[in-house]
Every structure is written in structure tokens, then in C-alpha cells.
Design a binder for this molecule. Structure first.
Ligand SMILES: [Mn+2]
Length: 323
């Protein structure tokens, strides 16, 4: 089936002059690595490109070649010369449709979505969704290879970052032979795994490690969610002046370090007054659990958001309280 989709997407690319590339609003190494990987390939094909992200980049990703090309200016959606839009690792397409970005574009422009989330409702005109892929970066790497598109070391570095991020440096259960082959091939194209691991997983500030310390201290079994739970509050983030995204690196650490029997839940108070729950498990379907709270995701990695809520602690057990 992929070969028909590949041909359709290749045709859209060949016909396009000015392509708009979009990241997901949940910024991580996979959405950024996939978007920027495709950016470098399309640049080598001589395309005019604009890259947009709805959120600021956490500084740990500024090492990615092309990170400085990402714009946050919504005016780009009114650029009439754009004739193709591509979006990467965005499981729902909500921010572009509901916040009237794509609908506001004067020209009707085809949207191509690259993803690996099983919950993706196929909101693009062409949807290359491979649910068995460990990352969206895996999906685009297979596409670029099959279509013999021009590779270079910047593209390789970005794509390997995507794969590395979603497999926590090849340590999680979703690490397949395909991921390892891709890592080998991308290294041969000049990607540097050591640099990716250093920037995205190590290299933590004292403040971040203090945040982890607080979170370790608060680890407890939470009956409501049937998971080992910890929390990060607004107060922690403001007091330690850390980026909220540091919760993700904490999750990656706990996911590989904790007893494999348990599901892990990190609850985090967000700036907009919501509480975000991130779930991981090696053995349980946490997507089901996330759906109970209006969220979703993959079997082993899922999440949910509760609007207008905060976290309260009673006798070492933390729970979400609606406001
Ligand atoms: Mn992903």
C-alpha cells in the first residue's frame, strides 16, 4: 500500500514550488527531527521551503541543523505562493484546523501527513501513517530511500534524532530491526549518534536534576490510576526556572529504570491551568487508560490533559482536582 502513497506524495512534491513544513504542537525530537530531515532533503531538491512550529523549541534541540529556520510567525499561512503543506508526527491535526490556520489559507492546498500514531484520524489529503513504525522519522526515512531523494549529513542527523528520541536511544520495546538498520544507514550518511544522545538525553542543568530529585522523592503507587506516579507542579518549574519539557527526559529515565511491571504516570501542572498526564508501560496498554481521561496515544506511551485543574497531595498521594 505504501508504494501507491509514496507515488502520490512524490508527485505532490514534484509539482510543488513552495512547501510549508509543520511540526506537531507537542514538540519533541521526533516531530522536529522528521520535519527538519525532510526540510534538508527538499532543500537539496531545490524547493522553496517554510518551516513553522506552534511552540518554542526547547534549547536541547537547538543543535539540530536547520533549527534556526523554524518560524513561529502565523502570517506565513497567508502566503499565497505556498502550494503544498506537510505535517510530521501530529496525531490529530487539531492545531492547524481548529485554530483556523489551514482553513484561513486563501488557496486550497493539499496537506500530506506523516505519522506513526494509531489514533491518527487521517485528516490530510494524503496520509502516510505507519503504525508499526517506532517513529515518524522511520516513516520518512523509508519514503526518502524508496524515492531515492537526495540525502546529506544534515538530513541524516535530523532523521536519526527522531528515531533516537522515540526509542530513547534504542532502549525501549518499540526498537525494531528497522530502527537499527536505519541508524546504521543514517550514520553512513554522516549522522552522529553520540552528539544526539549528548544533547537530547544528557547535558542536564543543576536545576533540572533538582527537579528530578523532587520528582523521585514524590514517587508513590497511585490507586486511582493503578500506576507508579509522580508529579511536577507549577511552583517547581517557576522556582527552579526550568523548561516544562524537562518532564519528558524524566519520563524517559523512569521508563528505562523502573520495575518493568509497573505503569508510570507523571502528572504536570501546565502554564495554561491544565494538568497533563504522561503514561508509559512496558507491559500494559496505557492508551486505554489515557482514553478514560479523554486522551490517547500508543499502547506503551500515552497521555491526557485535564483542563482547569491542579494537583493536590494528601498523605503522599497526589491527585488531580478540577477547579
Ligand atoms: Mn513520534
Amino acid at each position: 500500500m505504501s508504494s501507491i502513497l509514496y507515488r502520490q506524495i512524490r508527485q505532490q512534491i514534484d509539482q510543488a514550488d513552495h512547501i510549508l513544513l509543520l511540526t506537531d504542537e507537542r514538540i519533541d525530537g521526533d516531530t522536529l527531527g522528521s520535519t527538519l530531515g525532510m526540510y534538508h532533503v527538499l532543500l537539496a531538491m531545490g524547493k522553496k521551503l517554510t518551516v513553522y512550529s506552534p511552540k518554542d523549541l526547547p534549547s536541547m534541540f537547538s543543535f539540530l541543523p536547520g533549527a534556526d529556520k523554524i518560524s513561529r510567525d502565523t502570517d506565513i499561512f497567508s502566503d499565497d505562493s505556498i502550494d503544498l503543506v506537510m505535517i510530521f508526527d501530529c496525531s490529530d491535526g487539531e492545531y492547524i484546523n481548529e485554530r483556523d490556520m489551514i482553513p484561513a489559507m486563501k488557496r486550497r492546498v493539499p496537506l500530506v501527513s506523516f505519522d506513526h500514531h494509531s489514533t491518527n484520524p487521517r485528516y490530510g489529503q494524503v496520509n502516510l501513517i505507519e503504525e508499526d513504525a517506532a517513529s515518524t522519522a522511520d516513516v520518512i526515512w523509508r519514503f526518502i530511500k524508496a524515492e531515492k531523494m537526495p540525502m546529506n549529513k544534515d538530513a541524516a542527523q535530523c532523521i536519526l534524532t527522531g528515531i533516537c528520541h522515540d526509542t530513547v536511544a534504542f532502549s525501549t520495546g518499540n526498537t525494531t530491526a528497522a530502527c537499527l538498520s536505519a541508524a546504521h544507514e543514517l550514520s553512513a550518511h554522516g549522522a552522529r549518534l553520540q552528539e544526539i544522545v549528548y544533547h537530547t538525553m544528557m547535558n542536564k542543568s543543576v536545576e533540572t536534576l533538582k527537579l528530578w530529585g523532587l520528582a523521585f522523592e514524590r514517587l508513590h503507587y497511585n490507586k486511582e490510576f493503578d500506576a507508579v506516579c509522580t508529579v511536577i507542579t507549577r511552583n517547581d518549574i517557576e522556582r527552579l526556572k526550568v523548561h516544562g519539557s524537562e518532564a519528558r527526559s524524566l519520563m524517559d529515565f523512569l521508563n528505562v529504570m523502573l520495575d518493568a511491571e509497573d505503569a508510570i504516570l507523571i502528572l504536570k501542572e501546565r502554564e495554561d491551568g491544565s494538568v497533563k498526564g504522561s503514561l508509559r508501560s512496558h507491559t500494559r496498554n496505557v492508551a486505554k487508560l489515557a482514553e478514560k481521561y479523554g486522551g490517547g496515544g500508543h499502547e506503551n506511551a500515552a497521555g491526557f490533559v485535564i483542563e482547569n485543574a491542579h494537583l493536590v497531595e494528601v498523605d503522599g498521594v497526589w491527585n488531580i482536582e478540577s477547579l
